[in-house]
Design a protein around this ligand. Structure first.
Ligand SMILES: [Zn+2]
Length: 374
C-alpha cells in the first residue's frame, strides 16, 4: 500500500485539514461517548458472529473520499448484510475500544506515548499535514477509530471461540509494529487479540493466514521467535513493504497472478501449514487488494476468485474444528467494499446457513444505516 507514498501523503493531508474545525463541531459529535454503546449481538445460527461499529468510520464531511482507503467500506458492508437479509441490525456485536492494558500486549509504552504527539502520529501515518493538528483532534478523530476496530478484533476472536467463526468488518492492521506504525496501520489488532486470548488461557497456539496482497510485516515482527504463533503470508513481490520482514512462511508471487494460480498456491500450502502450526485459532486476514483493479498492487484476481479464496481458507480450518477469526485488512479499488461484502455474505451462507447467494449490488452509497447498527 505504500508504493505511492507521495500520493498517500497528499491524500492524508486532505484527510487532516478538515479535522481542526470539526473538532469543535459537526461530524466529530457522532463519536461522542453518549452515542457510542458497546453491546453484545446475537450469533448467526449459533455458527458465526459479526462485529461492527459505526465508530469504525471517519466522517470528514466528504473529504475522506480522496483517500485511497474507503473508510466507509465497513458501513457499506454492514448495511448490505442487513439489506440482503443475512443479519438483523441487532445481530451485530458492537465493541468497546481496546484498552491501554491490551495495547501494551503488543506495543511498547514508548510507542503508545509517542501517539500523544501530532508530529509523531503524522510520521507513523506518513502524513506531514497531520503534524499541524492538535493531538486531541487526532486522538478523537483518527486514533479512536483504530482503537474501536482493534476492540472489534478482540470481540470477534472471543466469539470465534464460542461459535466457530468471528468476523470483524474492520481490523487486519498487519503493518503495525511493536514500536511504530506504518502503512496506515496504527495498532497491531491481531497480535493484541491473540495475546488477550493467550493471557486468559483460552488459546495457546494461533495461525495467521495473511491473504492481503502486501506482506504482513508488522505481524511477522510481533511474533518473531514465538513458537506458539505461526505467520503465513502470500503477497506480491517487489511492492511495499520493502524490505520485507520474515514470516514463518512467506510466499512471494510476481504478476501475473490470476484466480487459478492464486488458489493453486493457497491449496498447496495451507493444509500443511495448518498441520504444522496445530493452531487453536486460525486468523484470516482477507485483504481484497488482490483484486485485478486495485490501484496499489498488480494481481489479477476476480471478485469470485477472492470469494473462493476466503471460503477455502475458512473451510480448511472449520472442517478440522478450528475456530476462525476473519478480519478485512486492505483493498483500494472503488469496488473493494462490494468484493469484501460478497465474500463475507458467502461465508455466512456457507458456514452459518444464511440466505444462499449475495446479490450483485448496485452502488449503495445512498442507503441509510439501520438505526441499531452503531
Ligand atoms: Zn494490503
Amino acid at each position: 500500500m505504500a508504493t505511492a507514498n507521495v500520493r498517500r501523503s497528499l491524500h492524508l493531508l486532505l484527510l487532516a485539514l478538515p479535522l481542526c474545525p470539526l473538532c469543535c463541531s459537526g461530524c466529530m459529535s457522532r463519536f461522542d461517548a453518549a452515542t457510542y454503546r458497546p453491546r453484545d449481538g446475537r450469533l448467526v445460527n449459533d455458527a458465526a458472529a459479526v462485529v461492527y461499529s459505526s465508530r469504525y468510520e471517519i466522517d470528514l464531511a466528504g473529504l475522506e473520499r480522496f483517500h485511497p482507503f474507503d473508510i466507509h467500506k465497513y458501513g457499506r458492508i454492514a448495511r448490505a448484510l442487513v439489506a440482503d437479509g443475512h443479519l438483523k441490525p441487532s445481530d451485530f456485536f458492537v465493541p468497546a475500544e481496546v484498552t491501554r492494558d491490551e495495547l501494551l500486549l503488543a506495543h511498547t509504552p514508548q510507542y503508545l506515548a509517542s501517539l500523544g504527539s501530532s508530529k509523531n502520529v503524522a510520521r507513523h501515518l506518513e502524513s506531514k499535514g497531520m503534524k499541524l493538528l492538535p493531538a486531541r483532534s487526532l486522538d478523537e478523530g483518527v486514533l479512536a477509530t483504530f482503537r474501536a476496530s482493534t476492540g472489534g478484533t478482540i470481540v470477534a476472536a472471543r466469539q470465534a471461540l464460542r461459535c466457530g467463526l468471528g468476523i470483524n468488518l474492520g481490523g487486519g492492521y498487519h503493518h503495525a509494529h511493536p514500536d511504530h506504525g506504518e502503512g496506515f496501520c496504527i495498532y497491531a489488532d491481531v497480535p493484541i487479540a491473540v495475546r488477550v486470548l493467550q493471557r486468559e488461557g483460552l488459546i495457546r497456539r494461533a495461525l495467521l493466514v495473511d491473504l492481503d496482497v502486501h506482506q504482513g510485516n508488522g505481524n511477522a515482527v510481533c511474533f518473531t521467535g514465538d513458537d506458539d504463533v505461526f505467520t503465513f503470508s502470500i503477497h506480491e513481490a517487489g511492492i511495499y513493504p520493502v524490505p520485507k520482514a520474515r514470516s514463518d512462511l512467506d510466499v512471494e508471487l510476481s504478476p501475473p497472478v490470476d484466480d487459478e494460480r492464486y488458489l493453486d498456491v493457497l491449496k498447496h500450502h495451507l493444509p500443511r501449514v495448518i498441520r504444522a502450526a496445530k493452531p487453536d485459532l486460525v486468523v484470516v486476514l482477507a485483504g481484497v487488494d488482490t483484486y485485478r483493479d486495485d490501484p496499489l498492487a498488480h494481481f489479477d484476481m476476480t471478485a469470485r476468485g477472492i470469494q473462493d479464496r476466503d471460503a477455502y481458507a475458512v473451510g480448511q480450518a472449520r472442517e478440522r474444528g478450528i475456530p476462525v477469526l476473519y478480519v478485512t485488512s486492505g483493498g483500494y479499488s472503488p469496488d473493494a467494499w462490494q468484493i469484501q461484502y460478497r465474500s463475507i455474505a458467502n461465508l455466512l451462507a456457507t458456514f452459518a446457513g444464511t440466505c444462499s447467494e449475495p446479490s450483485v449490488l448496485a452502488p449503495s452509497a445512498g442507503r441509510t444505516a439501520p438505526a441499531a447498527v452503531k
